[in-house]
Design a protein around this ligand. Sequence first.
Ligand code: NAD
Length: 260
Amino acid sequence: MQLNGKVALITGAASGIGKRIAEVYAQAGAAVAIADINLDAARKAADEIAAAGGKAIGVAMDVTSEAAVDAGTQAVVDAFGQLDILVSNAGIQIVAPLVDYSYADWKKMQAIHVDGAFLTTRAALRHMYPGDRGGTVIYMGSVHSHEASPLKSAYVAAKHALLGLARVLAKEGAAHNVRAHVICPGFVRTPLVDKQIPEQAQELGISEEEVVRRVMLGGTVDGVFTTVDDVAQTALFLAAFPSAALTGQSFVVSHGWYMQ
Ligand code: NAD
């Protein structure tokens, strides 16, 4: 029970990677808040954790809304009394060639990935800084925090931005015992990735099987997808790590695709 007595807020935790992190954190003893734009799915995920003996609530939160982030974070502290871990994970993907990328889609991508990371960080720090009680902030980056791929201009730019944010927080937060990290997964089979397979096949003029084999897994050492559990176990290790020996770093979890 490495997270006994801790409270974690995880955005985008009604599905995919965030959902698995919430489950693993709850199994490790944390009280978890599943914050998502889809409140019904967040409540369902929280109910599943509670049914398995964990402590969880679903919280409505659109991470692009300053008011929703501040109110949702306050609701978590009202429910559980404190906040120790933020996992800024909510995300979407919109693929298109740069020359055709709509400005509205570009702004939507930056709003969710970058503005959302900023807003949730600021709201969390307001509960972590008092008394220097501290905490851990984990951003869900990607191999695309380090590497580029065609069709993903907005995503690659946004995921690179998270490295900068985490490094600033590592420096500013140190005096208050706050640490920051970026986890950088390779491709994980979640709804976000399943949606992209036919879209990329059409844009690149190749089969869906080739998208998986060449585009998604071509850079790995073994042609294997990363799993939600691989990412969640990394998030558990970082949240439970006992000192600031680890802060301001990024951790690539990708079957060898992009070696730092
Ligand atoms: P997913 O689609 O399974 O889950 C994303 C969740 O975010 C959903 O529950 C959705 O409702 C929520 N969400 C979307 N917009 C939101 C908003 N404005 N406010 C709050 N919640 C919102 O996706 P996933 O694959 O689990 O992705 C989670 C994170 O992991 C994303 O940041 C993604 O970029 C990153 N990531 C995913 C992969 C992958 O291969 N799946 C790889 C690297 C990084």
